[in-house]
Each structure stands twice: as structure tokens, then as C-alpha cells.
Design a protein around this ligand. Sequence first.
Ligand SMILES: *Cc1c(COP(=O)(O)O)cnc(C)c1O
Length: 384
Amino acid sequence: MSDEPDFHLFIPGPAGSTPEVIEATGRPVVPHYGGRFVAAYNRCIDLFKAVFQTENDLFLIVGPGTASLDAALSSALPDGARVLVPSNGFFGRRMTEMCRAHRAEVDVVEFPLGEAIDPEAIRHRLEASVAPYDAVAWVHHETSTGVLNPIEPVAAAAKDHGALTILDAVASLGGADLPVDAWGVDLCVSVANKCLAAPPGISAISVSAAAWEAIDANPSSRSWYLDLRTWRRYREEWAAWHPFPTTVASNTIAAISTSIEQILEEGLDVRIRRTAEAATEVRDGLRRLGFEMFAADDVASPVTTSVYAHPELPVADMQRFLMERLIFISGGLDDLAGRIFRIGHMGRSIERGEVELLLGTIEEALRDAGVAVPEGADLENIGA
Ligand SMILES: *Cc1c(COP(=O)(O)O)cnc(C)c1O
């Protein structure tokens, strides 16, 4: 189909897509309005709702995941809102930064890198506060450390104290279970190009009744495009013809619909299980090759594996070796740069053949660096 080289993306997003998704991306550009496109668009929203496991309103905002996070914060937080941010890594810190950019008064509850957020600590913090919090905002999958944070107990604590729940599920949705309604997430944000395995271009945000109440009561607006009231108005007033305020990334809509259809055909639960199995295979394989995991097994995310650098092979050298073979993994961010590397389990990278390719090539990289590796250490026991 194309002369492009065959890239193997083991980074935590964007993820490799199936041939059918690539084909959908490459179809001719269509007008982003009119009955035919609107039907396809609304179907895409329904497909997203199935993955979010939500009956809430859901909007597809053109842009990266960050655009929908900005939409959540800009729409729901009045100037001076009090927000509690449990944080355990780069994206938790970014959530704090974003809330402050939206003029919120932020209190951070900091947890060590590589550990999960502790819901009890959040509950205590909410209980101990004299003034109530307007919102608790946190990250489901902390992609910088490969840790999956708890949702339900944190959301329950927030609800018990009258706070809105705002969740960055950019990296987890479609790869880890996240029943948005059952777990009480008011504003949940995700994106097309991580576990949903479509090309970048579209982010998604679900909005609960409680979130709408907060949004309608918000006297401030720090955006027009990223104000959910704008999106709701266009959905109502231009429903039949153009139910969104701007041009839409129509090719990405076609691609993401195809990808979610494939996920639902396989079964969301099956996809989630396969993702976890790929993570386990990579963890086991890397351990046999002599690597040590950064996040402990009980908090490790199924979506990204974080691994300490091999004492005899610097991360940058290993990345270079892999990159020459079109295999891409990620290094560490900030304080963890040079200390860890990260492997995403999203889209194509969870396929058995891809996992074997990755482990086999890392084994080669070790041998190339003169590190002693037991013969076939990477592959034995896979799938056992
Ligand atoms: C990737 C990622 C983001 C940023 O997503 P963009 O689409 O680049 O805006 C935010 N949060 C988490 C947890 C991520 O993994």
C-alpha cells in the first residue's frame, strides 16, 4: 500500500494501527457537514461511549488529549476554584500546572514516583479541609512511571465531599477497564491515538449531569473553542447539519470508528485482557534478560511498562540500537531520564509477534554491548 518503512511503535502513544484503520485514514476527504457525515460522526460518538462505558454526553474535540483536558478545566472550574490534585508523576504535575493556568487554587497530594495514589490519603485530605474542594483532578494511567492509579475509591471520596471528579484517562481508555459511570467520573478525557490505536487528531470528553451543573454555574470562561457550552450549543442548534463548532478531522473520525469497531468486535474485555497479557510477557521477558522493573507488579500498569536501565547498557544506546531497526521505545521523563525506559502496550504492539520482536531485539542489543545473556532467555515460557 505504501513505501513507508514498517515502524514498530512500542512508545506509550501514539500506537500502531491495523491495516483497516490505516485504510480508513487514507480515504478521500469529505465535507465535515451534512446528513451523511453527521451520521458517521454520531456513530463515532456512540462507539466512544461504549468504550467509556458511559451514558453521559460525550464530545469529540479536534486536538490532542490535552485539548479535552483544557476543555474540562476551562468549562467546569470557576476562577479561584479549589482543586485537589493527587499526583505521582509527570502527568500529575502537568494536571496541577493546567489547573493553575485555569486560575484554580490547587492543593497537591504528592506520592512517590513508581507508587500509586492512595485513596485513603485523599479521603483524609478531603475530610481535614475546612473549605470544601470544587474538584478532585487526577490521572488514571501515570504514563511517566507506568503506574495505574485507583479511580473508584478516589471518586467515591470526592463525591462524599461534594467535589467534581475530573480524570485524565488519555493513556488508559481501551487498554484498562474504566467504567466511567459506574465509577463516578464526571469529566473523563481520552484520545484516539493511544490504546484506541488510531492516528492522532481527536480527543474525547464525557460530561456527567453533575459536571453540567458545575459548568452551567461557572461564571468564567477562559476559552470559546474549549468551552463545553459552545459544543453543547452547536450540538443542539446545528444538530442535523453541523453539530460541532468547527471543522472536524474527518479522516481521523473514520479511522477511530474503524478501530473501535475492531475493539468491540473482539470484545472490550478481551482487548483489555490481551493488553495485560502483553505487559506480563514483556515484564517476564525483560526480567529473564536481567532487567529490573521500576513499578512494582501490584501497581504496574497494563498499558506501559517502566524498566530500570540495564547497568551495562545505557538507555540511549539501547534506544539507538532499536531505532536502527525501526523499533521505538521511550526513555524516562524529567528526574527519570537515563534511569528508566518505558514500553507501551497499545495497539499493534500487544500482538504476540511484536512482543517477540521487541524482546528478541533487546536481547541482541545486550549481546551487541557485550552483556552475557542466557541463550533464548527472552522467548522461553512466552505464553506458558
Ligand atoms: C499522552 C498523555 C497525555 C498527553 O496527551 P496529548 O494527546 O499529547 O495531549 C496526557 N496525559 C497522559 C496520562 C498521557 O499519557
